[in-house]
Ligand binder design. Structure first.
Ligand SMILES: [Zn+2]
Length: 494
């Protein structure tokens, strides 16, 4: 209760508190508006900070296929739009599955759902789809999500879906250019999916309709190209090798296409393709030679190219240096002096794509190994001193912990000094411990045993322990979970 007998003179001290209080409140609101806005993806420049962890119930089903159908509209070339349907085939892993939860951290709008789903709800960047009927264990289902708009960028240099208008010589006409770069969690910015590298789809079909002056390039092989009125083309690409969502790619643009056929005693007639710009033409032959000799080296040193029924291609995109999308590597620059980068991306087709990291906490497993395989290719191509010089460069900049705590921030998942440099040196240390022949045999064994599957540090350690007696527990503790570079004396102790 408030005193009734208040006089004007007694009210004065209240005003003294109230007025400065209101002013402080206004200052607080003004200063905090940017922070309040951060909680709203529609106001943010990039979507990566909004990734929410996987939910337990997302393991209730296995994805068997993604069928993406995109219609691109470039009439207003600076403001492209798309409409898409994303069909997801899956297998229930539990009795009585009644809903499917997908990852969808996106600015695209969900219009409706179909197939076995009859309604949807979006909450915390997850898409909850209720199924028409409960599915028993091992029963299959298929849901469709209809989306439209244009996806906001995932991260400053990991775009999710990127877009630009280019004016290639000699015509200098404005041309739309769409490309994708997903890892770790950028796939869900342009299509709803189960964005978990452990759950590979057995097949993916990417269909896109574009103006007939443009091409569409994706994973696997081109199975159909159809003219549609008025002046449109529909491209359908299909891959039938298991694939993680972060390796699914969609490119649209005007490319000059070069196709070569690669054969050796292990694989025959593998198409090697370059999708490049006219300015890249003078470098095609040099880079073809590089890719051929890398393919020859990796086929022998490892196991034959794992996607031999389809292709290996490189395509110009405009994001970070290179991205090893399965069978279709994105490259920023097409120049022979990027040979090491091209070797790194090709090596990923084995480490990363054939055998995929179980989580992004251990990105060194494929980034470190791809970097080390590049060093081995360098030794094969340019000799021991070039190899030693390369390793010394890695040693000079290697530091940090290999195990990545926060996988939501792509910059820590792809921290060069730890994940790439120290990661490569870890594989070099294993090489030194077990020796030349055994190291190659161990890599082959790893790729064969875990082909089209996922790998963790535990699995790597248990495979090594099975094959070669050594204190691998101490080794991995030092290398993976401790900062800095361990002393290089592993070959001496047992
Ligand atoms: Zn890499």
């Amino acid at each position: 209760m408030f005193p009734q007998t208040s006089s004007p003179s007694k009210a004065y001290p209240w005003r003294l508190i109230l007025f400065p209080g209101i002013i402080l409140l206004i200052i607080w609101i003004v200063y905090n508006i940017p922070n309040l806005e951060q909680g709203d993806p529609s106001r943010a420049d990039f979507l990566y900070t909004f990734v929410t962890p996987q939910r337990e119930e997302q393991t209730d089903y296995d994805v068997t296929a993604y069928r993406l159908f995109y219609r691109f509209q470039f009439d207003d070339i600076r403001n492209p739009t798309l409409r898409a349907s994303v069909a997801i085939d899956f297998l229930s892993r539990v009795p009585g599955l009644k809903r499917v939860v997908l990852d969808f951290n996106s600015s695209l709008k969900v219009d409706s759902v179909g197939g076995d789903a009859y309604r949807f709800r979006l909450k915390d960047r997850k898409l909850f789809l209720d199924l028409r009927k409960r599915l028993d264990e091992k029963e299959t289902g298929s849901v469709v999500v209809y989306i439209r708009g244009w996806p906001k960028r995932y991260h400053p240099w990991i775009v999710g879906m990127g877009y630009e208008v280019v004016m290639p010589a000699p015509d200098f006409h404005e041309v739309p250019w769409v490309y994708t770069l997903n890892p770790p969690y950028g796939a869900q910015t342009w299509f709803p999916c189960k964005d978990d590298p452990r759950d590979k789809a057995d097949s993916v079909i990417v269909t896109a309709v574009v103006p007939d002056t443009l091409q569409v390039v994706s994973n696997g092989v081109l199975v159909e190209m159809k003219s549609l009125p008025p002046r449109r083309l529909r491209y359908t690409w299909k891959t039938t090798y298991p694939i993680a969502t972060y390796l699914i790619a969609l490119n649209v643009g005007q490319f000059r296409t070069y196709t070569f056929s690669y054969s050796d005693s292990l694989i025959h007639d593998l198409p090697i393709q370059f999708y490049v710009f006219p300015e890249d033409t003078p470098y095609v032959e040099d880079i073809r030679k590089q890719i051929f000799r890398m393919m020859h080296f990796f086929n022998r040193y490892l196991i034959p190219y794992p996607f031999a029924r389809e292709k290996y291609a490189m395509i110009r995109y405009n994001s970070s240096g290179g991205m090893e999308n399965q069978t279709i590597t994105g490259i920023r620059l097409f120049r022979p002096h990027r040979e090491r980068l091209y070797a790194h991306e090709l090596a990923h087709q084995w480490t990363g794509n054939l055998v995929t990291n179980a989580s992004f906490h251990e990105s060194y497993l494929n980034e470190g190994l791809a970097t080390y395989l590049t060093a081995l290719y360098w030794r094969h191509q340019y000799g021991d001193s070039a190899f030693a010089a390369y390793l010394n460069r890695l040693r000079a900049s290697a530091h940090g912990k290999l195990f990545v705590q926060n996988t939501v921030i792509p910059d820590s998942v792809y921290f060069m000094n730890a994940v790439y440099y120290k990661g490569a040196l870890l594989f070099h240390a294993i090489h030194q411990v077990i020796g030349e022949e055994r190291f190659a045999a161990f890599l082959r064994r790893l790729l064969q045993e875990l082909a089209f599957d996922a790998v963790s540090t535990r699995q790597l350690q248990s495979l090594l322990s099975r094959l070669y007696p050594y204190d691998w527990e101490a080794f991995f503790q030092q290398w993976v979970y401790s900062p800095g570079l361990p002393a290089n004396d592993f070959s001496a102790s047992q």
